[in-house]
Design a protein around this ligand. Structure first.
Ligand code: ADP
Ligand code: ZN
Ligand code: ZN
Length: 831
């Protein structure tokens, strides 16, 4: 009797949906799914009247919701959980700490290929062929497949076509049969990677046939050579099956064998050309390399790290550029993998993953997965599933890879831990992957290694306080020395008229010397475009963006004035729109202008530019880095992309085109950023046996920050910064929360900001609240902005309850009619 009652009991599931509402939604579990349902599986549910969404099962119980009639779950998409228990814990932490909804975290985590929704599009699987398929299909499935052969369809079109209300079970079945794939319309479609292959036509694969074939080819040595090469690579006679899969065309056409002879052989039906779909990951042949043996200093550091991990969960490795941090990581990664754990290696940007990924793949082969924002959605799904299925044990990735379905991490490395790109700005969750990684370490009982040549003030402070373990490596590997840093006084040169435009004679001379010795040069300038400033010489008119409170940057290549905040564009006018003067001049140097002038100064040299504009394509970085590595280019000009972790052998000179702007940027972190950027880019100079030189152009050569950079004096820089932070109540002594209020109407924006500030002041005594004030850019995309800064002294307040109180104040405010349409964005630990 009791058993009977149990099976009849209605189950309910809490479903996490990708919506910015801070709660879970309760759905009824249909009886057929009762046995199957598990936390972490994806479920399809109806949300609102018409929307269909994919959610995650977060909990299953028998408690009906108190205030509404629960709808049924429509379908469960997985046989096993796609989100691990430990991942859920991290999602919860992120939602709580960064004050956002769990749905927003889930949305950031799941690749859209895993989120079937009413916005999903359906296409045939690229490798699917209905005629050749041996799988059985239902009538409705066939109907849909035939339609998809002509066009991709969206969800509602499918509903209409099939005349059913719920097509997901059909879609699910077809996904499983690998007949279709889902994508979001805005995203690019999945294109499989293919490879051209060659094989011998079957009729020639018997010994006699081959013999006759060689006789007929006797007078055609080139074709004969090709055939011989093929037979060398593929043991046709001893293994017929090997012939069926053939070899790649690329590998056949090495050793100077000609493409045209191959074409003839294919035309004469002796060889066959065919295409196969290959995985994006790990089909390229990689020569495995043994791990490099560490130097004595490196071994000491590795020992200290391992020893530190006995008592500390987090260690900071401060190692100057070129000291061999990466080699030490490799050793630690290997140990962790050998012990059977997963490893996550975080890098701030893809720009540097290219080189490092190659280096690591050589060592770890195909158990390495790479995850970054330039991957298509299907590639991301491949990585996600690779981790779930246990094929990928080691992930190299950017920020978002902390959201992957790990269940057994042993080691997390956060390389260049100081880098601001670890912080997500827009949209929520606005998390810092470095900080989340440390929490992840706790959740997985994994060790976390933070590495940097220029640790952030916060991290170094915690290391000094003993909260993290600390190890330092202050020597470059081998004979390599740190570069000599020189200041070029641009003010002085201007007075003496030795400058050429914004180039000091000193920098030009050094570039010339380097080039004449066949050495390479990197020039760093943190502004893209041609000229950041345009103005009328007669009346001072400056072109401004129509949507944002910023001036426009001139891009010569596009022949347009461009807004770097919203993308707005207009042509450069011939006459000033205010006074009609034709004297419109461009001022200042963006990377584009630098590239142009370097070409004029050094006509023999090949100059390449690396910035957002030249690296938009997926392989943009790779090509530029590759060409520079092969010394096909002599000078590389770029924005902060050139500063990070690149390792080149022939760079002897690094020029920092304008240090002043970096230093005087109005932000409490500007010195820290300048120190880090300049030190990082300087580190590109003079690796191995060649000593390098760095030239910093500045009109302020006695600036104390520049002096610490000259001396490579991190400690001095840190002490000065920390004193400053202490005096002004900035991190690490206080925690910051920034609230931005956005509205298209400036008055309403102000009204809401004032109301919010007052309410916060009332509800949170003892916390310092600044503002509301205009941020540096007070209007973006036609939205006026005001910001409020909250400083919370470390250890003095209960942070979680403070955040809850801020959140509920905002929620209350937004319920009031006059504030309802305002957007309020909360940023915890802004960078
Ligand atoms: P970092 O990451 O600290 O900037 P890397 O690990 O990139 O330094 O090392 C700098 C260069 O020195 C690299 O080219 C690396 O291959 C080389 N190197 C470092 N340690 C060793 C070692 N023990 N044996 C051989 N080469 C090394
Ligand atoms: Zn004018
Ligand atoms: Zn704009």
């Amino acid at each position: 009797m009791e058993i009977f009652e149990n099976t009849e009991e209605t189950l309910f599931a809490e479903v996490l949906l990708p919506v910015p509402v801070p709660k879970l939604f309760t759905y009824r579990v249909p009886r057929v799914l009762k046995e199957k349902i598990l936390k972490g599986q994806r479920a399809i549910v109806q949300f609102g009247d018409r929307k269909i969404l994919t959610g995650l099962i977060s909990n299953v119980h028998s408690q009906p919701p108190a205030d509404y009639e629960a709808k049924y779950i429509l379908e469960i998409l997985d046989d096993y959980p796609v989100v691990s228990e430990l991942q859920f814990k991290l999602f919860h932490w992120i939602a709580d700490y960064y004050v956002c909804s769990l749905g927003e975290v889930m949305n950031a985590a799941l690749p859209s290929g895993l989120k079937l929704s009413s916005e999903s599009m359906v296409q045939l699987h690229p490798s699917f062929n209905l005629e050749e398929s041996t799988v059985e299909f239902s009538e409705k499935e066939l109907m849909l497949l035939k339609h998809l052969m002509h066009e991709s369809l969206d969800y509602s079109a499918i509903t209409t076509l099939l005349g059913v209300k719920n097509p997901y079970s059909i879609l699910k079945s077809l996904v499983r049969k690998e007949a279709i794939i889902l994508f979001e319309e805005i995203k690019e479609k999945y294109k499989p990677k293919t490879e051209k292959k060659i094989r011998l036509a079957v009729e020639f694969s018997a010994p006699e046939a081959l013999e006759t074939l060689f006789e007929t080819l006797a007078s055609k040595p080139k074709q004969e050579a090709l055939l011989l090469k093929y037979l060398q690579e593929v043991p046709v006679l001893s293994n017929q099956a090997a012939n069926k899969s053939g070899i790649s065309k690329k590998s056949l056409l090495t050793d100077g064998l000609s493409e045209s002879s191959l074409a003839t052989l294919v035309k004469n039906k002796i060889l066959e050309e065919f295409e196969v779909i290959v995985s994006r990951f790990g089909d390229d042949k990689i020569q495995e390399q043994p791990v490099i043996s560490l130097s004595e200093d490196q071994l000491r550091v590795q020992r200290d790290i391992l020893q530190g991990f006995q008592t500390q969960n987090i260690m900071l490795l401060r190692g100057i550029t070129g000291s061999g941090k990466t080699e030490i990581y490799i050793n630690l990664i290997k140990q962790a993998l050998d012990a059977g754990s997963q490893v996550l290696y975080l890098l701030p940007e893809i720009a540097i993953t290219t080189q490092i990924v190659l280096r690591l793949k050589k060592i770890f082969g195909h158990t390495v997965g790479v995850y970054h924002s330039r991957f298509s959605d299907n590639e991301r799904v491949e990585v996600w599933n690779g981790i779930l299925q246990g094929n990928l044990k080691f992930i190299i990735g950017v920020r978002s890879s902390i959201l992957l379905p790990f269940d057994n991490l042993g080691l997390i490395i956060v390389d260049e831990e100081h880098d601001p790109s670890y912080k997500q700005q827009e949209p929520a969750p606005r998390y810092n992957a470095r900080d989340a990684a440390m929490v992840m370490g706790q959740i997985h009982h994994a060790k976390v290694l933070l590495g940097s040549a220029t640790p952030s003030i916060e991290t170094f402070y915690h290391a000094q306080q003993g909260k993290y373990g600390f190890v330092s490596l202050d020597k470059r590997f081998g004979e390599a020395q740190l570069p000599t840093v020189l200041l070029a006084d641009t003010g002085q040169e201007r007075k003496q008229k030795t400058n050429k435009g914004d180039f000091s004679s000193q920098l030009l001379k050094k570039i010339d010397e380097a080039l004449s010795k066949n050495e390479q040069v990197i020039i760093f300038q943190n502004r893209r475009g041609y000229s950041p400033m345009v103005s009328c010489e007669d009346c001072g008119w400056i072109p401004k963006c129509v949507n944002c409170a910023v001036s426009l940057t001139y891009h010569q290549y596009k022949h347009a004035l461009v807004c770097h905040y919203c993308g707005y564009r207009e042509p450069l006018p011939n006459h000033c729109p205010t006074c009609t003067s034709p004297r419109i001049k461009t001022m200042g140097y963006g990377t584009e202008k630098l590239e142009e002038e370097l070409k004029l100064h050094f006509p023999e040299a090949k100059v390449q530019r690396m910035d957002l504009d030249t690296t938009r394509s997926k392989t943009g970085y790779e090509t530029i880095i590759d060409q520079f590595e092969k010394q096909e280019t002599n000078i590389l000009v770029g924005t902060q992309m050139v500063t990070k972790g690149l390792d080149f052998d022939h760079v002897s000179l690094v020029g920092i085109f304008n240090a002043d702007r970096m230093i005087h940027f109005p932000d409490f972190r500007s010195y820290e950023r300048a120190y880090q950027l300049i030190t990082q880019v300087s580190g590109r100079a003079g690796r191995r046996d060649k000593p390098g030189t760095v030239i910093i152009q500045t009109s302020n050569p006695t600036h104390p920050l520049l002096l610490t950079i000259l001396k490579h004096d991190y400690q001095n820089f840190y002490d000065a910064q920390l004193a400053d932070r202490y005096q002004h109540d900035y991190p690490p002594f206080a925690r910051l929360i920034e609230i931005t209020i956005k509205h298209a109407d400036k008055k309403i924006c102000r009204l809401t900001a004032d109301a919010l500030t007052n309410q916060l002041r009332e509800s949170m005594a003892g916390v310092k609240i600044f503002g509301p004030g205009e941020p540096m850019i007070s209007k973006i995309r036609n939205q006026f902005l005001l910001s409020i800064l909250i400083k919370i002294q470390r250890g003095k307040s209960d942070l979680p309850s403070l955040k809850r109180s801020i959140q509920s104040t905002i929620q209350h405010l937004l319920k009031i009619k006059e504030h309802r349409n305002t957007r309020i964005v909360l940023d915890v630990d802004p960078v």
